[in-house]
Design a protein around this ligand. Structure first.
Ligand code: PLP
Length: 493
């Protein structure tokens, strides 16, 4: 690596990205390429000789950008956003520049200690219980994804059950995991990885009348029936801000149920955790003191790019019991004396990125008030969009909005009035709503995704993209009105 050449080329890349952000609205939000488009264009073998950065960047522009779905575009309202910021980019450059592999403290003391500092800052910001702090028995770690946090906490729960409650390893097949039918599907994958019998993952039904929250009666009765059948309740995943509708499971009552059966409770706040840094949203975490672990993804709504999932545990020994290794190769005095945190024992892999650097940069460049302002801005935009829908009798907001995601559909009385026939068991409202989504996304100006809840097809509008402003939400609303009018006119006639 030649430092001067690095400087020159890095400036070109920064200029390239600055231009990308300036022009981002010119690109269709969702990529419109056909499958295989890139493999057809690229050479079949790697170049033998080095190529200049200028040529490579031209190819990025010509071949890569058309195949990108522009998550950073202000017209992106799909899934949950994955927003970013200048502070984050600079932090990412620094962490890549240092390229430390801080598997244990000695391998890069700053990487470990900055992670501990940032996790303690966030703990205070989210008003998590003191028991989750390094100052008591807990502590926080940055993982790459919520799925990884699920895997690690499932292992922690398993080892705790085996060690503290004297369960035998022969009984592993009897462990049961509880969640709701709204829980993110990555829990299922984590259970597969950990070896939970797939028949023992209970996806408990939620109802529209309960706003898709997990009910404690339903949870208790499923657990009781498992216990009667000789199974062993192990782990419950509760969600603050579910993926389909941002429903919030009631922590206080559900943790009471879990406590009765010595179940490990993990709280997944992947999306909505970020909002809880604002005092007005903190109540969604009431009851958090009764859980064993909690995670949220700054790589969704905290201006920090992938990958970054913050996990806290109430007892760090629970986590390290199942994940520790002590190879000769890594032995050193600080670790042997147990003076330090060795994060390799808090995660799956050995190697780890210096992710705390980018999170530290985000928090410092915004300050707490700046971060709260961003969350509030997105929530206010969502509130406004929701009120426009409510005032228009062609639409129904299907579940009350909790954060900055709005779920709506075309209401069925109108659908019935259009006399559209019901094919494939779908009702008219579902068909119209899905057609509306396809036509809006087909414009290339906006991109949204859908969910099906209790048989109802809804359009999800997740507001929080990096560059989104009021004008973009107004544009979305104008488009929704225009497209729905065209759509209904077509169906009526
Ligand atoms: N949990 C919730 C509530 C989510 O919305 C998502 C992703 O959208 C996940 C978990 C999965 O997160 P990750 O991709 O970090 O594993």
């Amino acid at each position: 690596l030649n430092p001067e050449e690095f400087r020159r080329q890095a400036h070109l890349v920064v200029d390239f990205l600055a231009d990308y952000y300036s022009n981002i609205e010119k690109y269709p939000v969702c990529s419109q390429v056909e499958p295989g488009y890139l493999t057809k264009t690229m050479p079949e073998s790697a170049p033998l000789q080095p190529e200049p950065i200028e040529t490579i960047l031209q190819d990025v522009h010509k071949h890569i950008i058309p195949g990108i779905t522009h998550w950073q575009s202000p017209g992106f309202f799909g899934y949950f956003q994955s927003n970013g910021s200048t502070g984050n980019f600079l932090g990412e450059m620094l962490l890549t520049g240092f390229n430390t592999v801080g598997f244990n403290w000695l391998a890069s003391p700053a990487a470990t200690e900055l992670e501990m500092v940032v996790m303690e800052w966030l703990l205070k910001l989210l008003q998590l219980p003191k028991s989750f702090s390094f100052c008591s028995d807990g502590g926080g770690v940055i993982h790459g994804s919520t799925c990884e946090s699920f895997v690690c906490t499932l292992i922690a729960a398993r080892e705790k059950k085996l060690n503290k409650f004297g369960t035998k390893r022969d009984d592993l097949g009897k462990f049961v995991v509880y969640c709701s039918d709204q829980t993110h599907f990555s829990l299922q994958k984590a259970c597969q990885v950990v070896g939970i019998n797939p028949d023992n993952v209970r996806s408990i039904e939620t109802k529209k009348c309960m706003n898709f929250r997990l009910s404690n009666d339903a949870l208790s009765s499923v657990i009781e029936s498992d216990v009667r059948a000789g199974l062993i309740p192990l782990y419950a995943c509760l969600t603050i801000g579910t993926t389909p509708t941002t429903a919030v499971d009631p922590l206080i009552t559900l943790t009471d149920v879990a406590k009765r059966f010595d179940i490990w409770v993990h709280v997944d706040a992947a999306y909505a955790g970020s909002a809880c840094i604002c005092p007005e949203f903190r109540h969604f975490l009431d009851g958090i003191e009764g859980v064993n672990s909690f995670s949220f993804n700054p790589h969704k709504w905290f201006l920090t790019t992938l990958d970054c999932c913050c996990l806290w545990v109430r007892d760090r020994n629970d986590l390290t019991r199942g994940l520790s290794t002590n190879p000769e190769l890594l032995k050193n005095k600080a670790s042997d004396d147990k003076e330090v945190v060795d994060y390799k024992d808090w995660q799956i892999a050995l190697s780890r990125r210096f992710r705390a650097m980018k999170l530290w940069m985000v928090i410092r460049t915004y300050g707490v008030t700046g971060l709260q302002d961003v969350i509030r801005k997105h929530v206010n935009l969502a509130k406004r969009f929701e009120s426009l829908l409510v005032a228009d009798n062609r639409f129904e907001v299907v579940v009350p909005r909790n954060f900055a995601t709005v779920c709506f559909r075309i209401i069925s009385p109108l659908a019935l009035a259009t006399r559209v026939s019901s094919d494939n068991g779908e009702d008219d409202s579902n068909r119209l709503t899905r057609t509306l989504l396809e036509s809006l996304n087909g414009s290339g100006l906006v991109y949204m995704t859908h969910a099906v809840i209790d048989g109802i097809y809804v359009i999800r509008v997740a507001i929080g993209a990096t560059l989104v402003e009021e004008t973009h939400v107004n544009m979305l609303w104008d488009m929704v009105q225009e497209h729905v009018s065209d759509l209904l006119a077509k169906y009526v006639h």
